[in-house]
Design a protein around this ligand. Structure first.
Ligand SMILES: Cc1ncc(COP(=O)(O)O)c(C=O)c1O
Length: 386
């Protein structure tokens, strides 16, 4: 090797591994988080129109003006306050790029970022590439609540970033207004920036609503908030998202964005801007859309021995298989793929230090027929192993 690996212990993500295994075994994939149903026909039309209209060259680095204006309007409607499309909103290649840029913007060699355990897998490698390290605060299952005393005890003079994710993947929990107040008070007067991953902002169940850092004036002043059109428009392959941050943070963020992706696919931006303009109902109904799928899946699995935990948000559902098997989750997932022909996601890869638990993650962003078929196979598997 002519150079040393910067991420020697990082392999292929668990999502790719399980999806590949699902294909090899001809299993139904209800693990990885992507819809198996089509996008809105109107979006397809709008993107074709944008290409025909000649929007095929570099878009502006920060995103096209009309899209940033639509985003500003949407943010104001959802979280109150005014957002400057010129200085506070940047369109990115999915939330993933926004997360990466924000982390590179803030973190330097020897710096610490507080993240939670379990956490979405994109945070830690980006922190390490910046020369920093993650300090993980456990979220104990099955409630996965944040212990703010523990967060405060984890802050050191080297802490520069705190990464919060609500609704949380994979725990399926949501942060309350009280959590955000604790967050604000824990970092007040400290040199700590917040990176708030809010890609599931529109998927919050049981009549609750999403609490964004953008709705908390103190946090808004010091946060990067990251969103995904992939999640909101059921179009994960479009790789479109955006980052919202105060002007002084956005200025630094864009320095990284312009030499990372520079700008995002122009026709997609035009299509999304057109769609946002007159289709607010599509995201306002997302919670109800996924809640119906949660009810369908949990209903079908009830009494199977696979116990569903209450999902508060995200398009995922955790299932406890402890009554059926006492093996590690990777092994259980492998058995499900081979024997039940259903692929799900184990939880331990989301952890630095996994506790003892018997949980796997299922994805609700599937057609009702897919959910029914998967549930039937799981119920049969459970009956065999009860
Ligand atoms: C918590 C969380 N953050 C970020 C992302 C990445 O979003 P995108 O596909 O827009 O890059 C995902 C995707 O699964 C996610 O679950």
């Amino acid at each position: 090797m002519l150079f040393e690996s910067k991420l020697p212990d990082v392999g292929t993500t668990i999502f790719t591994i399980m999806s590949r295994r699902a294909q090899e075994e001809g299993a139904l994939n209800i693990g990885q988080g992507f819809p198996d149903y089509p996008i809105e026909p109107r979006l397809t039309e709008l993107v074709a129109q944008a290409i025909r209209a000649g929007h095929n060259q570099y878009a502006p680095m920060e995103g096209i003006q009309i899209l940033r204006e639509e985003i500003a309007g949407k943010l104001q409607r959802c979280y109150g306050g005014k957002f400057d499309p010129g200085r506070e909103i940047t369109v990115t290649c999915g939330a993933t790029e926004a997360l990466f840029n924000a982390i590179q913007t803030v973190m330097g060699v020897g710096d610490e970022a507080i993240i939670f355990d379990p956490a979405y897998d994109a945070y830690e490698p980006a922190v390490r590439l910046a020369g920093g390290r993650c300090v993980r605060v456990p979220l104990p299952p099955p409630a996965f609540r944040i212990d703010w005393d523990r967060v405060r005890a984890s802050i050191t003079p080297r802490t520069r970033l705190l990464i919060i994710n609500s609704p949380q993947n994979p725990a399926c929990t949501t942060a309350s207004a009280g959590d955000l107040a604790e967050l604000a008070s824990s970092i007040r007067d400290k040199r700590i920036t917040v990176l708030s991953d809010e890609v599931y902002e529109h998927v919050v169940f049981d009549g609750e609503r999403h609490h964004s850092v953008l709705g908390n004036p103190e946090l808004r002043e010091r946060s990067f908030a990251v969103f995904s059109f992939g999640k909101t428009l059921h179009a994960t392959g479009w790789r479109t998202g955006y980052c919202v941050a105060p002007p002084r943070l956005t200025q630094e963020f864009r320095k990284i964005h312009q030499f990372n992706t520079f700008s995002i696919a122009a026709p997609l931006q035009h299509a999304i801007a057109g769609f946002l303009h007159d289709n607010a109902a599509s995201w306002l109904n997302l919670s109800a859309f996924f809640e119906a799928k949660r009810e369908l899946l949990t209903g079908l699995l009830s009494a199977s021995g696979l116990r569903t935990l209450k999902s508060q948000g995200t398009y995922f559902q955790l299932v406890d298989y402890g009554e059926l098997a006492d093996c590690a989750d990777l092994e259980f997932c492998d058995r499900l793929i081979r024997e039940a022909k259903v692929a799900v996601i184990p939880l331990t890869p989301f952890y630095a230090e996994p506790p003892r638990m018997r949980l796997v993650r299922l994805c609700l962003a599937k057609r009702d027929e897919t959910i029914r078929e998967a549930a039937q196979r799981l119920v049969q598997f459970a009956a065999k192993h009860a």
